[in-house]
Unconditional design. Structure first.
Length: 195
């Protein structure tokens, strides 16, 4: 079973997260931020990941610490669940339409965390969620997972649609990349022999 459980407690947040890469999109999301709950629910459904997140944070300040620490925890969970990465496809990409928005994501599960984005969200908020936090969760996730992640907004004007497209596209891309490639015979997909 490719699973992981992460507990992260700081002076700002208290997070409990469980992940099953080979799930069916089940689990409960409780972050204290309705919009983030929605995005992570889409993420688990479209990636077919069983994901449970329970987070308490200093949301009386804002959502920054909670969002960033969930990104850290989710990245650590992916890294742990993937183990030595033997037999995985490793690469994935998805171009996903969400009404007027069109989002491209691409990943390399390389062991080297890196994040590159070309996103233009013109609204500062969706509900009470600061849209600049999309970058924060993606940075925290990619660096802690050891995943190279590229996100490109090809089209889009509605902030909700753009962000939803990002989470759905990323989920589908990761689903492809973490899948087991039966042609590899359990080998690590790198000439180095390690990822």
């Amino acid at each position: 079973m490719r699973t992981a459980e992460i507990k992260r407690k700081t002076g700002e947040t208290d997070i409990s997260l469980s992940l099953n890469l080979d799930g069916s999109g089940k689990g409960e999301i409780n972050t204290g931020c309705g919009f983030l709950d929605h995005m992570l629910s889409l993420f688990k459904k479209h990636g077919s990941f069983d994901l449970t997140v329970n987070a308490k944070g200093d949301t009386y300040v804002d959502y920054h610490h909670t969002v960033e620490d969930i990104g850290i925890s989710l990245g650590q969970a992916f890294k742990s669940a993937l183990g030595d990465k033997a037999g995985i496809v490793r690469y994935g990409d998805t171009t996903l339409p969400m009404d007027e928005a069109l989002i491209l994501t691409a990943v390399d599960i390389s062991g080297r965390g890196f994040f590159v984005q070309d996103i233009n969200i013109t609204s500062n908020k969706v509900g009470d969620f600061d849209t600049e936090l999309v970058n924060e969760i993606l940075i925290a996730f990619s660096y802690n997972a050891g995943i190279t992640l590229h996100v490109r907004q090809i089209a889009g004007s509605n902030a909700h649609h753009i962000i939803e497209g990002i989470f759905k596209s990323l989920a589908r891309t990761l689903k492809k990349a973490v899948a087991i490639d039966p042609t590899l015979g359990g080998e690590i997909p790198s000439t180095k022999g390690v990822l």
